[in-house]
Design a protein around this ligand. Sequence first.
Ligand code: EPU
Length: 418
Amino acid sequence: MDKIIIEGGAGLKGEVRISGAKNAALPILASTILSPGTNTILNTPGLIDIKTMGKILTHLGAKVSVEEDRVKVDTTHINNPEAPYDLVRSMRASVLVLCPLIARMGEAKVSLPGGCAIGARPINLHLMGLEKMGAKVEIEHGYVKVKAKRLKGAKIYLDMPTVTGTENLMMAAALADGTTVIENAACEPEVSDLAEALKKMGARIEGAGMDVITIEGVNSLNPVEYSVIPDRIEAGTFMVAGAITDGNIKLKGCIPGHLDAVVAKIKEAGVEITEEEGGLRVKGIKRPKAVDIKTMTYPGFPTDMQAQMMALMSVADGISVITETIFENRFMHVAELRRMGADIKIEGNTAIVHGVPDISGAPLMATDLRASASLIIAGLAAKGKTTLSRVYHIDRGYEKIEKKLSALGARITREKDI
Ligand code: EPU
């Protein structure tokens, strides 16, 4: 397994292009099951998770080919309704094929994703919605088996605005008989992007991006060419990297409106962020000010940026209170940040970070995707050398991160672990 080695202390300078959004590309790729024929999805990031989705679609009968950021998915012959354990266990987002499969084939058998490093992450709301739409849902031998000749439109209230749950049910409703209303729907930009892709296929969807989405089912959808939105979490991660290294960088191709909460908090810490043509400029400062953060659903502060902000707060001037409200176990980076000299206490779902003037490089272990990003950011600011192992986590969600960072002047390399 590879290692990432960082020699801290270099201020980042220059421009970086933000890749397509992983969490938009995954549901959009899954949605091609609904539109038989050749679909072309552009601006797809080169990530392990995207490859895994490609493997699942291939297993279901699709032909998938990748050329740079262009993924072609020919879904003419989807003939297998089963997503097996081996594929699903390596990526929870595999569950996004559940609803497209039922809508297309009348049945689906998908391995039930287990808990993961950040929390239990059940899919009960996805299944509740399907039952409301008339599907028969059974859980057997670790698989969820769902049958419905044709789903029926229904009124569905989500107890939590689940992102992939909203996406799954929107895809189910696109081909259902009648009108579906999803209440307390997730408002994340990735949900809106999926809705745009589905609309291009011919779906009738209103309200995506708001908490009530109305979908009028149609009989069939057409294949499309569609370009995925830029990744707001990758953009936010580079923003923090620029801030913590007292750098001066431009993020090219991000959508500033998707980053309001993140920009507001980083600015509150004293960092200068300005809109420029084609992106955002970030100018760091010697030492950021401590700010409090509470993760929320969109448009609140994203849980996917909590770990990276904690790295920034580790070296801030003052005390920062960081509250995680979305996942019950998303503080796995804390123990590793402490090994670098950060002063962080955890009380329930709250981390109290006493900023220290300096942290020092250390051998570290990544535990999940965003924790890995947090540790790389900390390594950029630390005195001396940081070695991060288990970097496959970072490759799931950041395209060529060490190449992008070293082009900005970071002293970062990747080594094969023997
Ligand atoms: N929840 C339920 N029941 C459900 C579904 C969710 O109780 O049926 C709970 C979860 O346990 C969690 C909360 O609702 O406590 C929110 O979870 P959500 O379903 O919104 O998360 P997700 O759809 O599984 C997506 C992203 C995550 C991101 C979260 C929150 C994708 C593929 N994944 O997950 O991304 O953290 O939304 O914004 O879109 C990442 O990229 O690193 C990542 C983990």
